[in-house]
Design a protein around this ligand. Structure first.
Ligand SMILES: Cc1cc2nc3c(=O)[nH]c(=O)nc-3n(C[C@H](O)[C@H](O)[C@H](O)COP(=O)(O)OP(=O)(O)OC[C@H]3O[C@@H](n4cnc5c(N)ncnc54)[C@H](O)[C@@H]3O)c2cc1C
Length: 666
C-alpha cells in the first residue's frame, strides 16, 4: 500500500482555504441520517463531538471515565498557543508555523503545521465565546506568556489550570448537544475493537465498565481521540488511565502507526522518590518563564547537598552553574523540552544531581521574586524598600502567577518553593508518535479518523509547550468537522448500519475471548508487576538516551516479559462486573506490544532528532545530530501479526517553505 498524505496543491498559505472551498458538503437534512462515533472526550474528542453534533450529525461519544470532565486533558497546566500577536512582539502565522516545524526538529508535515498555525487564532475566539476564563492583563485584554523554543509570548493561559478550563468549555458545548439528543454520551465505556465492513470503519465493540457487558455500536465513520501512550513507561505525568488500547486495536485492523519512538521527556517534573511510586507530577513549563535552572558548579558542593550538609540557598552565585543560560544564551531557560531535558540529564550523569539519588536539578525563583519585588516597590512608591519587603512583594506576584503549582509542589515534596529552590527532573510526558493520518486526519483505514494526541500529530520529533491543546482543539473544532464531511458526502444514502453482521459477531467474539482468558488464567503476578517491569526497560533503554545495543536488548526483554505475561498474569474478579484489574490487563497487553514496536522504530532511525536521542549520533557538543539525507521521513508501521514483523512505510517529508537546517538555540 502506498501512503498518500493528500496534501492539497498550491501555496502553503492558501492550501487550507482553497481545499475547504472545494470539498464536498453534506446538506443539513442528510446530516440527520448520518451517525459518527467519537471515542474519547478529552479536548480533541470533546470539541469534535460538540462541533459535529452542532453541524447536525448524530454523534455517539465514548469515554472510560464517569464524565468527559475527567479526561486527561484536565491536567494541562501551562497554556495554549495562538498567533494572535496581542503582545506586538512580532508573532504571525508564519512564525508559529516556523517555530513548530523547527521545534519538532524538521520531522513534521509542513502543510498540516501551517494549517494548525492558521486556525490557532480561531480557537482562542471560540473558547472566549464559551466563557473560558483566560488570564487578562490590567487593562482587561487577554494576557500571554512565553514557552520554550520561541522568542515571542503567544501562550494564552488560565493560571496553571488551562486544560481544565478549556475542557469545561468543550464539555459545556457537548452538554448542550447531549440535552438536544444530538450526542449520546456513553460514559464508563471502553472501546475494545473497531469493526470494519467492506474495508470501511463501521463501528466499535465497547465494554460497559460498570456491568461488564459487551456492546456493538455502528456508525458511518469512527473518530479515535483517545490520547497519548506515555504510560508505556509505567511512570509518567499522564493520568493513570491513559493508554494505547484504542490506537493499538485500530493498528491491528489496518491503521498504520507512525513514529512510535518520538516521545517527549519533559524537563520540569517532580523527581521520583522511590520504587513504590505509581505516578509522576509535572511542574508546568510556564515556570521556566521565571525560574532559573542550575546545579552546583563544584562536585563537592553537589555531594554535600545530597548528603544534607549544605543547603542550596547557602551557595553563592559564583558557585552555581546556570547550565541552560551558559550553553544556550539566546533562549536560556526557555530552550525546547528535549534540549532542556538532555542538558539536565548530562549534568546529573556527570555527578551534579542534587537529591539523594542524584537525579534532580534546581528550578530557582529567587531572582524573579527579587525582580518583581523591586518593581512592585517602585509601583507602590516605597523608597529604599527593605530586603524583606521586596521579597514579600515579589512572592505575591509569583503566587498570582503560579500559586497552585507552588502549592502542589509543597504538598508533594514538603518544602516551601518560595524559600528554597524546587527540585526537578525530566519525566515522560507526551507522545508525538501515534496513528498515521493524512491531511484529512483519516487513518489508512477508510472512514476511520484519529485526532488529538492519539495521532502522529504536527509536532514532529519534539512538541513545543502549549501546542498540544492547540492541536487537539484545532483538530476537533476546526479541521475534522470539514474533512469528515467530504468522506460522509458519499454516505448519504447508506442508511443505518446493522450490528448483526458477521463482522460485528467476529469482533465481539475475539474481544470476549481475551477477557475470558484474563479472568480464567489464575496466574501468579499482578498486571502492575508486568507494567512496572516493562516500563523500567523502556525508561532505561528506550528513554532519554538510546543506543543500538540497548535497543536490541530492550526488544528481547520486552518480548520475554510479554511471553511471561500471557502465561502468568493474574487478574482477580469476573467479567460481568466493575473490574479495574481486568481493564488494566487489556491495556498493559497492548503496551507490551507497542513497547516492542517503539524500540524497533528507535533502532531503525539511525539519527538523533528531537526527543529521539541516539548516543551514536551526536555533535561534539552533545547536541542531536540529524541525518536529513536518509531520515527526513515519517516512519509509518503496518501491522502484520507481530510487532517484530511490522512493515515500514515511509512518508517522505518535503520542506518547501522552511529551510531544512540544524536546529540551534544558542
Ligand atoms: C501534566 C500535563 C500537563 C500538560 N499541560 C499542557 C499544557 O499546558 N499545554 C498543552 O498544550 N499541553 C499540555 N499537556 C498535553 C495535553 O494535556 C494533552 O496532549 C492533551 O490534553 C490530550 O488531549 P486528547 O483529547 O488528545 O486526549 P485525552 O485528554 O487524554 O483524552 C482521552 C480520552 O479518550 C478516552 N479513552 C481513552 N481510551 C479509550 C477507550 N479505549 N475507550 C473509550 N474511551 C477511551 C478517555 O476516557 C478520554 O476521554 C499536558 C500533559 C500533561 C500530562
Amino acid at each position: 500500500m502506498k501512503l498518500d498524505s493528500k496534501v492539497p496543491e498550491g501555496p502553503i498559505k492558501d492550501k487550507w482555504t482553497n481545499y475547504k472551498n472545494k470539498i464536498e458538503l453534506v446538506n443539513p437534512a442528510n446530516k440527520r441520517n448520518i451517525d459518527i462515533i467519537v471515542v474519547g472526550t478529552g479536548l480533541a474528542g470533546g470539541s469534535a463531538a460538540a462541533t459535529l453534533a452542532e453541524l447536525g450529525y448524530n454523534v455517539k461519544a465514548f469515554a472510560y471515565q464517569d464524565s468527559p470532565r475527567r479526561a486527561h486533558s484536565i491536567a494541562a497546566q501551562g497554556g495554549i498557543n495562538a498567533s494572535k500577536n496581542y503582545m506586538g512582539d512580532g508573532d504571525s502565522d508564519y512564525r508559529l508555523f516556523y517555530d513548530t516545524v523547527k521545534g519538532g526538529d524538521y520531522r513534521s508535515r509542513e502543510a498540516n503545521v501551517y494549517r494548525l498555525a492558521e486556525v490557532s487564532t480561531n480557537i482562542i475566539d471560540q473558547c472566549v465565546a464559551q466563557g473560558v476564563p483566560f488570564a487578562r492583563d490590567y487593562g482587561g485584554l487577554l494576557d500571554n506568556r512565553s514557552f520554550g523554543g520561541v522568542l515571542v509570548s503567544r501562550t494564552f493561559y488560565a493560571k496553571g489550570q488551562t486544560g481544565q478550563q478549556l475542557l469545561l468549555g468543550a464539555y459545556s458545548a457537548m452538554n448542550r448537544q447531549i440535552a438536544r439528543g444530538k450526542i449520546t454520551m456513553y460514559n464508563r465505556h471502553e472501546m475494545l475493537d473497531v469493526v470494519k465492513i467492506d474495508g470501511k470503519a463501521s463501528g466499535i465493540i465497547a465494554r460497559d465498565l460498570v456491568t461488564g457487558e459487551l456492546e456493538r455500536h455502528s456508525a458511518h465513520a469512527v473518530v479515535i481521540a483517545t490520547g497519548g501512550y506515555g504510560n508505556v513507561y509505567f511512570l509518567s505525568t499522564n493520568a493513570m488511565g491513559s493508554n494505547v488500547t484504542a490506537s493499538w486495536k485500530i493498528h491491528k485492523k489496518g491503521a498504520f502507526f507512525a513514529n512510535p519512538c518520538f516521545t517527549q521527556i519533559h524537563p520540569t517534573c517532580i523527581p521520583r522518590s522511590g520504587d513504590y511510586q505509581s505516578k509522576l507530577t509535572l511542574m508546568s513549563e510556564s515556570l521556566r518563564n521565571d525560574g532559573r535552572i542550575w546545579v552546583p558548579k563544584k562536585l563537592e558542593d553537589a555531594k554535600a547537598i545530597r548528603e544534607g550538609k549544605l543547603k542550596p540557598t547557602q551557595l553563592s552565585e559564583e558557585d552555581r552553574d546556570y547550565f541552560l543560560e551558559r550553553r544556550y544564551p539566546a533562549f536560556g531557560n526557555l530552550v525546547p523540552r528535549d534540549v532542556a531535558s538532555r542538558a539536565a540529564k548530562e549534568r546529573c550523569d556527570a555527578g551534579f544531581g542534587v537529591n539523594k539519588p542524584g537525579e534532580a536539578v534546581y528550578l530557582d525563583f529567587a531572582s524573579a521574586i527579587e525582580r518583581y519585588g523591586k518593581t512592585q516597590a517602585k509601583i507602590h512608591g516605597i523608597d529604599n524598600a527593605s530586603k524583606e519587603k521586596v521579597i514579600e512583594l515579589g512572592e505575591k506576584i509569583i503566587e498570582e502567577k503560579y500559586g497552585n503549582l507552588f502549592q502542589m509542589y509543597e504538598k508533594i515534596v514538603d518544602e516551601n518553593p518560595y524559600k528554597t529552590p524546587m527540585m526537578i527532573y525530566p519525566a515522560t510526558h507526551y507522545t508525538m508518535g501515534g496513528v498515521w493520518v493524512d491531511y484529512n486526519l483519516m487513518t489508512t483505514v477508510e472512514g476511520l479518523y484519529c485526532i488529538g494526541e492519539a495521532n502522529f500529530s504536527d509536532h514532529g520529533a519534539n512538541r513545543l509547550g502549549a501546542s498540544a491543546l492547540m492541536q487537539g482543539l484545532a483538530d476537533g473544532y476546526f479541521v475534522l468537522p470539514y474533512t469528515i464531511g467530504d468522506y460522509l458526502s458519499k454516505d448519504i444514502r447508506t442508511g443505518a448500519i446493522s450490528t448483526d453482521g458477521p463482522e460485528f459477531e467476529e469482533a465481539e467474539k475475539e474481544t470476549r475471548k481475551q477477557l475470558e482468558f484474563f479472568v480464567n488464567n489464575k496466574g501468579t503476578h499482578s498486571v502492575d508487576y508486568y507494567h512496572k517491569k516493562s516500563g523500567k526497560v523502556m525508561w532505561d533503554k528506550v528513554g532519554m538516551a538510546r543506543t543500538e545495543k540497548g535497543l536490541k536488548e530492550a526488544i528481547k526483554e520486552i518480548q520475554e516479559i510479554r511471553a511471561d505475561f500471557w502465561k502468568n498474569v493474574k487478574v482477580p474478579g469476573g467479567i460481568n462486573e466493575l473490574n479495574p484489574e481486568l481493564e488494566k490487563a487489556g491495556r498493559v497487553a497492548d503496551f507490551l506490544e507497542l513497547g516492542e514496536l517503539f524500540a524497533k522504530d528507535a533502532l531503525e532511525r539511525n539519527e538523533s532528532c528531537g526527543g529521539h536521542f541516539r548516543e551514536e549520533y551526536q555533535t561534539p557538543e552533545g547536541e542531536a545530530l540529524r541525518d536529513d539525507k536518509n531520515f527526513a521521513y515519517v516512519a509509518a508501521w503496518e501491522y502484520t501479526g507481530k510487532p517484530s514483523e511490522a512493515i515500514l512505510h515511509k512518508e517522505n517529508l518535503e520542506f518547501k517553505d522552511i529551510e531544512l537546517k540544524t536546529r540551534s538555540y544558542k
